[in-house]
Design a protein around this ligand. Structure first.
Ligand code: CP
Ligand code: NVA
Length: 314
């Protein structure tokens, strides 16, 4: 068993599928009002160097639902903001809590935290990855289609942290992913190389097949035959100064009624949220019958509870 969740690629297949399965059980258990305090007396430190609604609340509520406790740490109120080194923070927090969740800018910071922490470290989003979101996305897809393997996902927009983690998650889950990004905004080359090397290696936890990745330039080309349409903001946190330029560059890279019409009948629309209606997604697509975005948001809670149980109690 791995100690941390830093990227989906580095998360063992066995644990990846275990979390997805356990998340389904935990969701059913909560719906039946039979929750058990599997993390009683355990604490999670949550470092947020960027804003959050879903990640913060789902981790905090999740810990409390399992009988544990979460501690919100912002740079403004801690020594982190005054420059205390990651390697020192990691070792100190490890003496107090049972796991650390970090949302920050560079992937290297989370990796350094994991290197020095003696407790599990969870990547709660970096500029490069957002693995927790993709666990919830896959749970949502599984709920809607009853399976993962053999489905087709079209991602439209920026080749950002979401795109990178979706590639890794889809490859592992056996979902073929086609990404339509404007030139110059492709996903991370290292992630693409990993995906390529993983195809058609077929040895994940008895899985017959890994998902394939393709890059296209036209949203319509990606959407053709897709079961899932996925998008994310054109300008991510930390890219505020590029907003105007990106608005021009990404015009047309939008999930709307026309694009939904290109996908398979019964396709679902996903967005990690927060959404900018009128930019990467229309109001119509967010609110329409194909939209699964609020189930997807809810599933952050169930997927992360499963993850916390696995990492903290094994
Ligand atoms: N999707 C997601 O991570 O949302 P927050 O930024 O609100 O945490
Ligand atoms: N790409 C977005 C995801 C937000 C959950 C960002 O990094 O801001």
């Amino acid at each position: 068993m791995t100690k941390d969740l830093l990227t989906l690629a580095s998360f063992p297949d066995k644990d990846f599928f275990k979390v997805l399965e356990r998340a389904e059980t935990l969701k059913a258990v909560r719906a039946g009002g039979e929750e058990r305090f599997t993390l009683k007396g355990r604490s999670l430190a949550m470092i947020f160097e960027k804003s959050s609604t879903r990640t913060r609340v789902s981790f905090e509520a999740g810990m409390s639902q399992l009988g544990g406790h979460a501690i919100f740490l912002s740079p403004a109120d801690t020594q982190i903001g005054r420059g205390e080194e990651i390697r020192d923070t990691a070792r100190v927090l490890s003496r107090y809590v049972d796991a650390i969740m970090v949302r920050t800018y560079s992937q290297e910071s989370v990796e350094e935290m994991a290197e020095y922490a003696s407790v599990p470290v969870i990547n709660g989003l970096t500029d490069k990855h957002h693995p927790c979101q993709v666990l919830a996305d896959l749970l949502t897809i599984k709920e809607r289609f009853g399976r993962l393997e053999g489905l087709r996902l079209a991602y439209v927009g920026d080749g950002n942290n979401m795109a990178n983690s979706l590639i890794e998650g889809c490859v592992k889950a056996g979902i073929d992913i086609s990404l339509a990004c404007p030139e110059g905004y492709d996903p991370d080359p290292g992630v693409l190389a990993w995906a390529k090397a993983g195809q058609p290696a077929a040895k994940g936890a008895g899985r017959a097949k890994k998902g394939k990745v393709s890059l296209v330039r036209e949203p319509q080309a990606a959407a053709e035959g897709a079961d899932i349409l996925y998008t994310d903001v054109w300008a991510s946190m930390g890219q505020e100064s590029e907003k105007t330029a990106r608005r021009k560059r990404f015009k047309g890279f939008q999930i709307n009624g026309k694009l939904i019409g290109k996908a398979n009948p019964g396709c679902i629309v996903l967005h990690c949220l927060p959404a900018h209606r009128g930019e990467e997604i229309t109001d119509e697509a967010m609110e329409g019958v194909n939209s699964a975005v609020f189930d997807q948001a809810e599933n952050r809670l169930h997927a992360q509870k499963a993850l916390l149980e696995l990492l903290i109690t094994g």
